[in-house]
Design a protein around this ligand. Structure first.
Ligand code: TRH
Length: 390
């Protein structure tokens, strides 16, 4: 159920700090959050980055820092050590550290003296503990409370980052030009996006698709999947090195995609018939697309990601029917190394999903509609901040 969100009398100033661990997820979530806070809530957003090069492919062309870029003020910092431009930046009403990054002492002092609202924007999880921790305060050594913000999939957690104009962001108004941007030929085959991590599972899944025997175009935007296929000897070392390259394997057409700016990413998902996504942000966007998808989850120590994977699908599978649930769960576990199916089991599960593809599509749409019936993360945040700062 949507509840209206509260607008403050004057634009709030928000300081946002991001540490890039690896890949595009940390910066991808921080950038999306910064953009929505600025464009939709009208906040003045200052984002400190420790690795601006990771933002460059998501938001080109990136100017030299400090700079205002696409309505966000960008600055440099080194986690735990120093943040540039502090004295030239208006004092914050709200400070958000994404994924528990380590703020420098000068910033901690400003939070205390300004009595800024301080949040730790955590990784997304469907697990019960995440819902229980959401919006809970944790007292810090500088005498200030820090609140946990835990995004999630229900009414009682931190919600998901979703733009008000999601429909126009994802709408394909000019298909030929989008396909040109993606260096793709005209559509004549079912197309699946493969955006995942390095894994031996890719070779097994290619074998599965070859055995299935139906023509498919596999769209591959990043190196890890290709590295895995080269290492397994499925494709030669010199295949698919450049964007736009194609490699034919039986009835499969493998296509190397260029990396798109983040505001075009939803259109790529909308163009596909099915998706394999990873990490956090692409995982959420796949859900918003309403397309059949698998989640290649970010691997954690001691296989902690297996529980996270299962917690999500347990929730989402409530919108699915048998036999799609069983086939989908088996393949998801196989892709993520929870189990290893035999060739026969894997093929059988895929064929089940193909036979039931309408049911699978309906389930994906139903899950999307359930998510869209809720307030977004930033609508919830606006209410939380209005309440805490009153
Ligand atoms: O890149 P990711 O794997 O990122 C992460 C990090 O590894 C992080 O450390 C980890 O904690 C986290 O996952 C769970 O996956 P993610 O989150 O999906 O981020 C990818 C971003 O890249 C997302 O914002 C979409 C964007 N993107 C584009 O903008 N254009 C593209 O062409 C592609 C393929 C992706």
């Amino acid at each position: 159920m949507h509840t209206p969100f509260l607008q403050p009398q004057h634009p709030l100033c928000c300081w946002l700090f991001c540490t890039v661990i690896d890949n595009y997820g940390d910066i991808g979530v921080s950038w999306r959050l910064a953009q929505i806070l600025s464009r939709e809530l009208g906040w003045h957003v200052h984002l400190w980055l420790d690795d601006e090069q990771s933002l460059a492919p998501l938001a080109p062309p990136l100017p030299a820092l400090p700079a205002i870029h696409q309505s966000v003020f960008l600055h440099r910092w080194r986690a735990g050590a120093e943040a540039e431009d502090l004295s030239d930046t208006p004092a914050p009403d709200v400070v958000i550290e994404t994924f528990a990054c380590d703020l420098p002492q000068a910033v901690l002092d400003i939070i205390r003296t300004q009595r800024a609202l301080w949040l730790n924007w955590e990784y997304l999880s469907a697990e019960d503990w995440a819902r229980a921790m959401h919006a809970k305060p944790s007292p810090q050594t500088n005498g200030v409370q820090k609140y946990f913000w835990l995004m999630g999939f229900s009414e009682t957690d931190g919600g998901l980052l979703r733009e008000k104009n999601f429909d126009s962001l994802s709408a394909i108004t000019d298909m030929p030009s989008l396909r040109r941007q993606l260096m793709l030929p005209p559509k004549n085959l079912p197309e699946w996006l493969l955006f995942g991590y390095q894994s031996t599972a890719w070779a097994r899944w290619l074998t599965m698709w070859l055995q299935h025997g139906e023509a498919m175009r596999l769209l591959i935007p990043a190196e890890p999947v290709l590295c895995s296929l080269r290492e397994a000897g499925i494709i030669p070392p010199n295949a698919l090195l450049q964007s736009g390259d194609t490699y034919i394997l039986g009835k499969l057409e493998l296509h190397r995609l260029p990396f798109l700016p983040q505001h075009d990413f939803d259109r790529l998902l909308a163009l596909c018939d099915g998706l394999i996504v990873r990490g956090e942000d692409s995982f959420v966007r796949a859900q918003f697309s309403g397309k059949p998808f698998f989640w290649h989850i970010y691997p954690q120590e001691e296989q902690a990601h297996h529980e996270k994977l299962h917690a999500f699908w347990l929730l989402s599978h409530r919108h699915f029917e048998e036999p799609v649930i069983t086939a989908h769960r088996q393949l998801s576990d196989d892709l993520n190394g929870v189990i290893e199916l035999s060739e026969h089991e894997r093929l059988f599960a895929w064929q089940t999903l193909c036979r039931q593809q309408q049911s699978w599509r309906n389930a994906a749409e139903s899950w999307r509609n359930y998510l869209f019936s809720q307030n977004s993360a930033t609508e919830r945040l606006a209410n939380f901040v209005a309440d805490k700062l009153k």
